[in-house]
Design a protein around this ligand. Structure first.
Ligand SMILES: [Zn+2]
Length: 314
């Protein structure tokens, strides 16, 4: 399905900020997308892959705030502030061919057909079918298994079960593998690992594992699931490089390199919060002076709003 991702007006941005303020980062990211993609049902957004979600957030960011992204970090060697500047297009360029082919820009070319570079804001058309998870094959010891990329729904379930009291050890890597592998592949791997590590009777084994857990040691089976998850994660990154966006900043003081992990949901929210704060100051000034409603002030053209504010504070 092709849908447009366009910018939000002042009223919509304030409404989005208000509705997403109290949410977890995962739910907030989906709420931002729902505002930019009103025709896509909320639960469909939650079933998108996390990388699909971040890809759509990049397009939403570009439509709202433009190409430029600036991130501040700290040097790991000397703690000096470092600045990283890059563009949405840079990041989209690092995505898989599948994601690249899914974006159709609106008004992205000039009259002679040249692509605009680093233009202000840009609305996009995107084929959201590429955000729906599909299965890939991965081989372990000569056998093939089917897995998919993680979704927001996975994240929510994993967070819920790791915080529930009846699971004090938190979510195990086995549970994460169970969600990402298809049922048959998961069952096959369960059988392989149980075979490999079965020594003595079942009760004896459980007792040994308990003792190991008490000592904080991983059982052989747990180790097998951990290495399975590591392999899945590496394969995910190969299939979809946008899964993790790592950026290197060189320190202006000591020259050391520091790696930053970039989170588009966090970046979008920081800019939205700063923007909304400005909007609310305008509302405060004009509502106090004229008694106009917040809605009326936010709907006003920027030129008229600035003129009124100039009159009030002169
Ligand atoms: Zn430094």
């Amino acid at each position: 399905m092709r849908v447009g991702i366009a910018s939000l007006d002042d009223n919509q941005r304030v409404a989005l900020w208000e509705s997403a303020m109290e949410l977890s980062p995962a739910q907030r990211a989906i709420t931002i997308l729902a505002a930019h993609l009103p025709t896509v049902p909320f639960d469909a957004l939650q079933r998108w892959t996390l990388v699909g979600r971040d890809h759509a957030l990049l397009l939403a960011y570009r439509s709202q705030f433009g190409e430029g992204i600036q991130v501040e970090g700290r040097c790991q060697a000397c703690d000096t502030k470092t600045q990283l500047a890059f563009t949405v297009s840079d990041l989209l360029e690092s995505s898989s061919d599948t994601l690249k082919a899914a974006v159709y820009c609106i008004g992205s070319r000039d009259e002679s057909g040249n692509q605009y570079k680093h233009q202000h804001t840009q609305a996009s058309l995107v084929d959201t079918d590429v955000y729906v998870p599909s299965y890939y094959l991965i081989a372990f010891s000569g056998n093939e298994y089917r897995f998919r990329l993680p979704t927001t729904q996975d994240l929510v379930l994993i967070q819920a079960s790791s915080s529930s009291s009846n699971n004090s050890g938190g979510i195990t890597t086995k549970h994460v593998c169970e969600r990402l592998l298809d049922q048959a592949s998961f069952n096959d791997l369960c059988a392989v690992f149980a075979d490999k590590h079965s020594q003595g009777s079942a009760t004896e084994r459980t007792k040994n594992e308990r003792e190991q857990q008490d000592k904080g040691l991983e059982s052989e089976e747990q180790k097998a699931w951990t290495s399975t998850l590591d392999a899945l994660e590496q394969e995910m990154l190969r299939i979809e490089p946008l899964t993790i966006v790592s950026l290197n900043a060189s320190c202006p003081e000591c020259g050391a390199q520091t790696q930053h992990q970039f989170d588009i949901g966090h970046q979008y929210w920081a800019l939205l919060a700063a923007d909304v704060e400005k909007q609310l100051w305008d509302v405060h000034i004009l509502a106090t002076a004229y008694g106009w409603s917040s809605d009326a002030i936010l709907s006003m053209s920027p030129a008229r709003r600035r003129q009124h504010i100039a009159m009030v504070i002169s």
